[in-house]
Ligand binder design. Structure first.
Ligand SMILES: Cc1ncc(C[n+]2csc(CCOP(=O)(O)OP(=O)(O)O)c2C)c(N)n1
Length: 286
């Protein structure tokens, strides 16, 4: 079992000072340590963006995919080796903009993967353009006269699209994040976690103070199994009205991988490749 600090690589985190991604990274390492996650049982995937840097600082095997494409990489890995815990990190732009279609269909198929969305409501890495989560009216580099679009709600979308675990947490609530990440990883089926993340450099609206004033935790007696109630909860977004917690959980629904009889009997990773040397194939097709 590795200690949390043993997950540090030699690369020093280069998130902006004060970035909410630091909190997410710390929570990931704590959860990895508590659950015994390592490269023998876990794969990490990310898209392109500040969120994707998390892979560089964490000592677990990983792939940084193309922008908007962490989900197809994650589902591919899970299909080849269903024994792995597969955790995909995505930005709100990455997940809902460039990768929007993958997001919807992975929920619909109930792939047994975890999708952690670093939702800073802005394109961080490219220095502050609007994303599909940017509030209406907000002035950004790409919308100097105010954003004309209305934001998407990834938690509500995930619930209606068919994900079987949908939660919301906040990057400055370490214990809450750890609890939610742990539940998501243990859940069988598609887990979507919207992590409200401050971007102190480019999002001056969804600040630490904004979230401190407006988030609240779902009460202990909240029942996440009622889909319609969960959707109503997920749609709450306003003054003192942003719920954190497990919004929706459906247990026992077969995952996509469960339904592939051949793979569930013998994972592809355990199968001898039919062609071991591809040199001749290349010669034939190039
Ligand atoms: C197909 C494609 N479009 C655009 C880009 C440029 N690009 C790289 S990162 C990024 C924005 C990332 O924002 P987000 O996904 O919200 O992640 P964050 O940086 O905020 O963590 C963009 C537009 C790209 N690399 N590939």
């Amino acid at each position: 079992m590795m200690k949390a600090e043993e997950y540090n690589t030699k690369i020093k985190p280069n998130f902006c000072p004060g970035c909410g991604d630091f909190g997410i990274w710390l929570a990931l390492k704590n959860v990895a340590s508590q659950l015994g996650l390592d490269s023998s049982n876990t794969a990490l995937i990310a898209g392109i963006g500040c969120h994707g840097h998390i892979l560089n600082f964490t000592k677990i095997n990983s792939i940084e995919g193309l922008h908007g494409r962490p989900v197809p990489v994650a589902t591919g890995i899970k299909l080849v080796n269903p024994r792995l815990n597969v955790i995909a990190f995505s930005g709100d732009g990455d997940c809902l903009g460039e990768g929007g279609n993958h997001f919807i269909h992975s929920c619909r198929r109930n792939h047994d993967i975890n999708l952690f969305i670093h939702d800073n409501a802005i394109y961080g890495l490219t220095t502050g353009q609007t994303s599909p989560r940017t509030p209406h009216g907000m002035v950004t580099k790409s919308t100097p006269e105010g954003n004309k679009d209305v934001p998407l709600n990834p938690a509500a979308m995930a619930i209606t699209a068919g994900a079987t675990f949908v939660a919301r947490t906040f990057c400055l609530e370490p214990k809450h994040m750890e609890e939610i990440f742990t539940k998501a990883i243990k859940h069988k089926g598609m887990s979507v976690v919207q992590i409200l993340q401050t971007c102190i450099t480019f999002n001056k609206e969804y600040t630490l103070d904004f979230y401190r004033e407006n988030v609240y935790k779902l009460p202990d007696d909240y029942d996440p199994s009622d889909k319609v109630k969960a959707l109503k909860k997920a749609m709450e977004w306003g003054e003192k009205n942003i719920p954190l917690g497990v919004l929706y959980e459906e247990k026992g629904k077969p995952s996509y991988e469960d339904q592939l009889i051949d793979i569930s009997k013998k994972p592809i990773v355990d199968t001898e490749p039919v062609v071991k040397d591809v040199t001749e194939l290349f010669k034939a097709h190039v």
